[in-house]
Design a protein around this ligand. Sequence first.
Ligand SMILES: [Zn+2]
Length: 80
Amino acid sequence: MPQAQNAPAMPGVFNGPPKGKYASGQNSMASPLCMATFLDGKPCMKAKAHKNVPYCDSCFKTGDPSLAVVPHPRFGESVT
Ligand SMILES: [Zn+2]
């Protein structure tokens, strides 16, 4: 007997975080919004600037505000 298509999810089955956002509130890769976060942890809510780049125009140019390139004691530079 074929399984019903589009059956509702079983109760108690984990379906992951709401689509478009991670549990932290950061916009996900699947979201149409920028996935950068500010230093206070708030997500950047601008639309993505390019189809395959998960950042808005300003975060694409200046980098995710919550990330920084720092010197690494042994490996040159590191993203933190
Ligand atoms: Zn952004």
